[in-house]
Design a protein around this ligand. Structure first.
Ligand code: G3I
Length: 355
């Protein structure tokens, strides 16, 4: 009798172990995370690619338009707004219970030529356009778009100086204050972020962001959070990232890792500026990248207080579609899924770290 009982217990334990393993395997990243897990998407591509869409729905509860919500797509000319793609994305997000994060209201690279041409000649027109565009856009999606990159990359690529863009040159640094105030006026409940790159490793640039945040807060400008784009390279030490996130978290603002990918090759931050150091993705490289993704989650959870963890958003989730290759003109493998949309070791290590 006793032996029968032992065999039954072993059998049941084995069965429970298998069932729970299968259950965990069937869960997506969003199911095992205490904060939102997002990804940038190209909506037309997502609609057309069933496998891509299945992975996106299973793993992500936050969605960012890679390009569809930029000014050059939403306001392609002075006469019209192009809401169709945004409306489709909103419907998709609502159906799949995903947070929509708006990227981005004011960005030099997102500004269409017609605005640059008019704006550089007419300060008053640009000032009024900035207000009208933000009130129209944020107002249209009031209560539907949870958060915005209100201003993106307002600092120079390196160091803490303001980037000399159309917006800065014509309106002065006050365009940033105005953009946040207009966005808040249009949707008082939306979370409003300043977003930039390399601030996890360029201490001067990070200080520039922290100075800006202090300036905005001193003038009661409604900023909710800081977006670390986190387009990082394998060779950036974890301690460097940890220090930056700790300094940012000390502001008390929300911290969003907003455009995460981890690349192997080097670049100089400019278009076509990549250096093809690695010709192929080896098993060792996959394991090293998996460790790096795990470390990123560990650092985020360790140094950003829970109430400030706005989430981790990938800038695409497949090596096949990553912006890195076309922008830097290199081959690279920065994402959680490979060229065939199969999960890499990075996916499993990232998921395990979320638990
Ligand atoms: O869709 C057109 C296509 O019809 C045309 O033939 C082709 C000709 O060049 O251009 C295509 O549009 C390109 C678009 O991506 C879609 O692929 C634009 O030229 C190209 O400039 C655009 O690049 C995007 C870039 O932002 C500029 O908007 C990248 O996909 C996108 O990943 C990148 O994302 C930025 C974030 O917004 C801000 N942080 C950095 C990040 C990476 O640069």
């Amino acid at each position: 009798m006793k032996r029968y009982f032992c065999y039954t217990l072993i059998g049941c334990t084995f069965l429970v172990t298998i069932l729970s393993f299968n259950f965990l395997e069937s869960q997506g990243l969003k199911d095992v995370s205490s904060f939102p897990i997002g990804t940038a998407i190209n909506f037309d591509q997502l609609k057309a690619d069933a496998k891509l869409k299945k992975i996106q729905i299973e793993n992500f509860n936050s969605i960012t338009a890679e390009n569809d919500m930029k000014m050059y797509n939403v306001k392609p000319n002075e006469k019209e707004y192009n809401w169709d793609k945004v409306d489709q994305m909103m419907a998709y997000a609502q159906k799949n219970k995903q947070r929509v994060f708006g990227h981005t209201l004011v960005w030099h690279s997102g500004t269409p030529d017609w605005v640059k041409e008019k704006g550089r000649k007419d300060t008053l027109w640009l000032d009024n356009f900035l207000k009208e565009y933000i009130l129209d856009y944020v107002g249209r999606y009031k209560g539907k778009i949870e958060g915005w990159d209100v201003v993106n990359e307002a600092l120079e690529t390196e160091g803490g100086d303001y980037r000399k863009t159309l917006w800065y040159n014509v309106l002065g640094k006050n365009y940033i204050h105005k953009a946040f105030k207009y966005a808040h006026e249009a949707d008082p409940n939306a979370k409003l972020f300043y977003n930039d790159f390399n601030i996890e490793r360029d201490t001067l640039k990070l200080q520039g962001v922290l100075n800006m945040v202090k300036d905005l807060k001193s003038e009661n400008v409604p900023i909710s959070g800081i977006g670390f784009q986190m387009h990082i390279r394998m060779d950036i030490p974890g301690e460097v990232i940890e220090h930056a996130l700790k300094k940012a978290a000390e502001t008390g603002l929300l911290i969003h890792l907003s455009e995460v990918d981890i690349i192997f090759n080097k670049h100089d931050d400019t278009k076509n500026g990549g250096v093809q150091k690695y010709q192929e993705l080896t098993e060792e490289m996959k394991i090293a990248q998996a460790e790096k993704y795990k470390n990123l989650v560990d650092i985020y959870k360790r140094v950003v207080p829970k109430e400030q963890q706005y989430g981790i958003t990938f800038w695409g989730f497949t090596d096949r579609d990553s912006w890195v290759k076309s922008f830097f003109k290199i081959n690279d493998w920065p994402c959680l899924f490979d060229d065939n949309l199969e999960a890499k070791p990075a996916y499993h290590s990232f998921k395990k770290a979320l638990h």
